[in-house]
Design a protein around this ligand. Structure first.
Ligand SMILES: Nc1nc2c(ncn2[C@@H]2O[C@H](COP(=O)(O)OP(=O)(O)OP(=O)(O)O)[C@@H](O)[C@H]2O)c(=O)[nH]1
Ligand SMILES: C=C(OP(=O)(O)O)C(=O)O
Length: 208
């Protein structure tokens, strides 16, 4: 357990989430419930892995179904403003208010193969504000503040470059499960090769 590390996990309202994965949950049948179940499973598997590594995981979400599932897992949530970076700034401020010296991080909620030991190794490798790029090297899966520092999230298209340009150091260890965010059906297949968390795996017979 990293005692002075707290993570914000942003989770979009399920009926608007993961649009690039539409159809992956039901072989294109267009079932919104199946899609929402997949988006939820990705988030719960991510949070479950992270919860064993850091002191607090705070999900920022305005979706009551997500809040209910997280509460059942003992994971805290808070509503946030619209938009990814505003939601992350809000969550980071809530965590910073609890501990002025902590490392505050942002972890994307679409890492269903995430291994606790890989997340822990990446956190331990950070010596100041740092980020882990996604598999393609363009996006960001994890951003960490310096102890007591600002998170300053710059997620969105090209966020890896944006985080580097803002002074964050790239974390580039052997952590495939941390780098494999799932945006597309191809990503889901690659995450399945690594080994999915139980909730996403339970849906795989339908997705595959
Ligand atoms: N709380 C919150 N989380 C968000 C918001 N936008 C994106 N996220 C989360 O940020 C992470 C990265 O977002 P994306 O990978 O772009 O996911 P997405 O927007 O659901 O997917 P697409 O529709 O395919 O772009 C995921 O964990 C999303 O749930 C937002 O407005 N509010
Ligand atoms: C918002 C991001 O996620 P994605 O590229 O997966 O949409 C990001 O990596 O900054």
């Amino acid at each position: 357990m990293r005692r002075q590390v707290d993570l914000v996990v942003p989770v979009k309202t399920l009926d608007r989430a993961k649009t690039r994965l539409l159809g992956a949950a039901d072989r294109g049948a267009g079932d919104p419930d199946a899609h929402a179940a997949l988006a939820l499973a990705l988030a719960l598997d991510t949070v479950t892995a992270a919860a064993g590594v850091v002191r607090h995981v705070l999900a920022v979400t305005s979706d009551p179904a997500v809040v209910a599932e997280l509460t059942a897992l003992g994971v805290e949530s808070a509503p946030g403003p619209e938009g990814l970076n505003p939601a992350l700034r809000h969550g980071a401020a809530l965590l910073r208010a609890r501990d002025p010296r902590s490392v505050v991080g942002a972890l994307q909620a679409d890492l269903p193969a995430l291994r606790a030991n890989e997340l822990a190794a990446a956190i331990d490798a950070a010596a100041g504000r740092a980020y882990c790029p996604d598999r393609q090297g363009t996006g960001t899966t994890l951003l960490l503040s310096a102890p007591g520092g600002e998170l300053d999230p710059r997620f969105g298209v090209g966020s890896a470059d944006a985080h580097a340009a803002s002074g964050a150091v790239a974390l580039l260890g052997p952590w495939p499960s941390l780098r494999t965010d799932v945006d597309t059906a191809e990503d889901l297949g690659l995450a399945a090769v690594l080994g999915l968390g139980s909730r996403t795996a339970a849906l795989l017979p339908v997705c595959g």
